[in-house]
Design a protein around this ligand. Sequence first.
Ligand SMILES: *[C@@H]1O[C@H](CO)[C@@H](O)[C@H](O)[C@H]1NC(C)=O
Ligand SMILES: *[C@@H]1O[C@H](CO)[C@@H](O)[C@H](O)[C@H]1NC(C)=O
Length: 433
Amino acid sequence: MGVVGRKTRRFSFPLLLLNFFVVLLLQRAAVLVSGTRLNYTKYRQVSILRLERIQKHLENINKPPVLTIQSPDGDIIDCVHKRKQPALDHPLLKNHKIQKAPIMPKGITRNNEKGRGRDAWEYWQTWHRNGTRCPKGTVPIRRSTVHDVLRAKSLYHFGKKQPRMIPLSRRIDAPDVVTGNGHEHAIAYTGSSSEVYGARATMNVWDPSVQEVNEFSLSQIWVLSGSFDGSDLNSIEAGWQVSPELYGDSRPRLFTYWTSDSYQATGCYNLLCAGFVQTHNRIAIGAAISPVSSYAATQYDITILIWKDPKVGNWWMSFGDNTLVGYWPAELFTHLAQHGTMVEWGGEVVNTRANGQHTSTHMGSGHFAGDGFGKASYFRNLEIVDSDNSLSPVHNILTLAENTNCYDIRSSYNNQWGTYFYYGGPGNNPECL
Ligand SMILES: *[C@@H]1O[C@H](CO)[C@@H](O)[C@H](O)[C@H]1NC(C)=O
Ligand SMILES: *[C@@H]1O[C@H](CO)[C@@H](O)[C@H](O)[C@H]1NC(C)=O
């Protein structure tokens, strides 16, 4: 992208411009996070050329809106015509016909949304407080800004996750191994080698503090297939995350992710590249979630279901009370075009060791699993979808945490919560340096 433009410029008059720099001020100045001031304000020198490349990229992903809604939290939500959404720019989706309704897993009834009042999606997304809704036939998309891109390592890295460095199998054999790219987990997972067609869980929502702009803290479901040590890992992910780099603040946000090549060239968060097809006109992916749980007080959780439509083969996602959000088209994947082989549930943080010490970025609530309900974060009612398109409770889960002095996990079972676990931790502490 932009390569041709760059070449011609190099030999023409605007060459002079390269010697000048634009000084940009990243706006959202300081955000109060659990007593620590995170300063996202940075004066950065950005060449006009780079700025032009960024603008061009943004023109590609920010589609012309039918209507624009200003969220009270500062987000801009564009209502974009369904057929104009970024997904359909994907070369494999040229003649894609947007799927209206999938076959739901057995026993699940799609939310017909006839009911009024505080439906899950109305309740959870901050931008609804504006009072304006996206018109029928459009989908709400969080607009990306130059500032969003400038916080990323590069334009290429914008919206992408770093590759997983350590294969899961090796991490299990040597749980104390330091992960290569600083990603740390506290997760539950199904044993591999089975065929999986989806997963569901209800996850507790918190607003963990994140120490560095380029660290994150997330809680999510992964549906995986392919190999961890190869370049062909297929992954479908959804949950909530706090990522100052991606969003410029420290609010927990609903997110999706996908990759079909181990987080290399394909895939991205949310609608930041062509891929995920959104169908709902009231759920914006990447939008802030509120309210969130507080310590020893009211707990809030969200339910996410991901499953493969048995007829068309697309991977659908529903939110809350079986409200359809959208889907990852089967065409995006290699292994997942057939089925998944493993599901993971839990938390992940990035530890950059910015001060030569383990990060104090929290996972979950920032409290260890042993603290239990109201204090530690939880995932409850873990279920998987089998080849018969039936949801069933997971009985045999394994758990993994690379460094239990920093973040840990404890799973259990009871009648109400089925298979569930508590997970998380504070990161940096005398036992985790
Ligand atoms: C944030 O950082 C900028 C640039 O480094 C500085 O000018 C500004 O005073 C800082 N703001 C706060 C609130 O610390
Ligand atoms: C809602 O969005 C519109 C359009 O962006 C804006 O003009 C208005 O101020 C917003 N209202 C509230 C209450 O945020």
